[in-house]
Design a protein around this ligand. Structure first.
Ligand code: GLN
Length: 573
């Protein structure tokens, strides 16, 4: 079919120059969107590419190479993965990583030497999307004990082995509002939930009681195997004997909890208390890296299917339960405030890990050993907050009804969104729509005022304004009309005490509440284009841009991203 041939040709053209591509160009295209050539969906292609070695690849050879994995290749080349603009998204992550890095508040956990002596400067962030796109920054390959991060998975394991009814006959599903190692129980004598120590010890008891013939070590190995599957075999799940020995030597409080549980309602099926505690403490002593934990989190985000292997590791129903528990209890007695501001299911551990899940989109993990008063990693929590400040990840960001307060949604390609909105706006404008006219007017005035930042407006600047207006607002303007508008504004600037730019800023601030995100971005983008037209953004232009962005309630970080994007684009030309 001709249409099919066209599509194939378009795919090839996207990676080719002068009729040829190379293994390197194809690899680059794959890694740019965050995937690896080792991806399970590209296995055949990888082998075929290897056979190709250094040879140039023409369209026929290309078709042969990608034939069996066309769908994935097409999604990669056409930027249709769940986060289409991966490099831009990663750039924003890098900025947040850098902003959080200087925070040295908090302190390492000090109840055992291995945690007390860990390098507090370590700082790593790792992400994995539900399409397997990965990005890592800093100390993401440092092994550390996962501690309480183990709790949701041991809970999921218990659910899978013993079912919901049996499990929750022994453990509640209520936030405790108390420190993680607290000895209090629900009025019916069950621990509050699987994420406080009492609940996790009870979960360990449930698991132990279900495997009477297996040792604590063997049961722990089963749980480690589950972690391995969850992180798609990325890295090796290890066990720290040293952590386990120290944990056991200092576990007075955990022993107190276990005896309390045994004395009140009893451990399930009269299971041995020491075996129970050994499983609990062993799970705390499992060692992983942030990079691995991010893939595990992505598997949870993906309903239990590991994005890196495509294997269904846990049933989706069970993942739902696990995420719900993480949401209300994952961040200890700060879980309420965390849900309030971040709104994501997450779990922290006292070694400094935080693992968080953006359902249907991605998982991420951070590692930084200094903890706050609740026992959560200071930088980890700060990272989550900033991430949700910038992106529509809070569970209730979906309520925004199209207005996201200039938060970005990385699920949507910038290009697609702009294109769609611009064509709507153009269409409405051609019918004289009031809203569209207002947007046009604000964009036009902003552009003129950017040029007037240095007091004067050149003919070349007028030409840029005209073409930008036509190009992005879709509305042509006569140069003579533009000229008289600009001269008028210049005269006003000379005549009045309050500069007209201040008036514009005030008007933008007033109007912005009635404009949707895209209209506001469009106004700012018009101003950028004009500011960038001569190849760089002058200081007074930069200052005016910042004021316009602020008046439009657009985050300064978003503005900086736009500036970078424009500068990159200009550099390419
Ligand atoms: N090993 C620690 C304990 O049981 C784990 C607690 C945690 O990470 N919050 O006290």
């Amino acid at each position: 079919m001709p249409e099919d041939t066209d599509r194939l040709r378009a795919l090839f053209d996207a990676v080719a120059t002068d009729g040829f591509t190379s293994a390197e160009a194809i690899h680059n295209c794959i890694s740019e969107c965050g995937l690896s050539i080792d991806d399970h969906r590209l296995r055949t292609m990888r082998t075929r590419l290897q056979a190709q070695q250094q040879r140039p690849i023409d369209q026929e050879a290309f078709t042969d190479i990608v034939r069996d994995e066309l769908l994935t290749v097409s999604r990669i080349v056409r930027r249709q993965l769940v986060v289409p603009d991966w490099p831009e998204f990663c750039q924003a992550i890098r900025r947040i990583y850098d902003e959080v890095a200087p925070d040295r508040s908090g302190a390492n956990a000090n109840y055992i030497p291995i945690l007390r002596d860990a390098d507090p400067e370590k700082w790593g962030v790792a992400l994995c999307s539900v399409d397997g796109q990965r990005f890592c920054l800093g100390d993401v390959d440092v092994y550390h004990s996962i501690q309480s991060v183990s709790k949701p998975l041991t809970y999921a394991y218990a659910l899978s082995k013993e079912g919901e009814e049996f499990t929750h006959a022994h453990v509640g599903m209520e936030p405790s509002g108390r420190p993680f190692n607290d000895l209090s129980l629900l009025p019916d004598l069950r621990p509050f939930n699987p994420c406080v120590n009492a609940g996790a010890i009870m979960i360990a008891g449930i698991v132990a009681s279900g495997s009477p013939d297996r040792s604590a070590r063997e049961v722990t190995q089963d749980i480690m195997d589950l972690w391995t599957a969850l992180c798609g075999g990325v890295g090796e799940v290890r066990f720290s004997e040293e952590t386990m020995l120290s944990e056991r030597a200092t576990a007075h409080n955990n022993f107190a909890i276990a005896y309390l549980l045994q004395g009140r309602k009893g451990l399930p099926r009269n299971v041995d208390l020491h075996k129970t505690l050994d499983i609990y403490l062993s799970c705390c002593s499992i060692e992983m890296t942030a990079s691995m934990l991010s893939v595990a989190a992505a598997t949870l985000a993906n309903g239990g299917v590991c994005p890196v292997t495509g294997v269904q590791v846990l049933p989706t129903e069970l993942v739902k339960r696990t995420l719900a528990v993480m949401q209300f209890a994952g961040m200890y007695d700060n879980a309420g405030a965390f849900t309030f501001s971040v709104g994501l299911p997450a779990k922290s551990g006292v070694a400094g890990a935080v693992m968080a899940v953006v359902p249907n989109l991605m998982g991420f993990a951070t590692f930084s050993p200094r903890l706050d008063a609740y026992g959560n990693s200071v930088r980890g929590v700060a990272f989550c907050r900033q991430l949700v400040d910038r992106f529509t990840f809070h569970v209730y960001d979906s309520l925004s009804g199209g207005r996201t307060g200039c938060k970005q949604d990385p699920r949507e390609s910038q290009r697609n969104r702009k294109h769609r909105d611009l064509s709507d706006l153009r269409w409405a404008l051609s019918y004289g729509d009031r809203y569209a006219s207002k947007v046009r007017d604000l964009a036009l005035t902003s552009m003129i005022d950017i040029c007037l930042g240095d007091g004067d407006i050149e003919d070349s600047e007028l030409a840029v304004i005209a073409s930008t207006l036509e190009d992005i607002v879709g509305s042509p303007i006569e140069v003579s009309e533009l000229e008289s508008l600009a001269r008028n504004r210049q005269a006003q600037a000379l005549a009045s005490a309050i500069p007209p730019f201040e008036g514009l800023v005030a008007r933008l601030a007033q109007e912005q509440v009635h404009l949707d995100d895209n209209a506001r971005e469009l106004i700012l983008e018009s101003a950028f284009r004009v500011a960038c037209a001569d190849g760089e953004v002058e200081p007074q232009e930069h200052e005016r841009l910042l004021k316009i962005a602020e008046a439009l309630a657009i985050h300064a970080g978003v503005l900086q991203l736009e500036i970078d994007r424009f500068q990159r684009k200009l550099a390419k030309r």
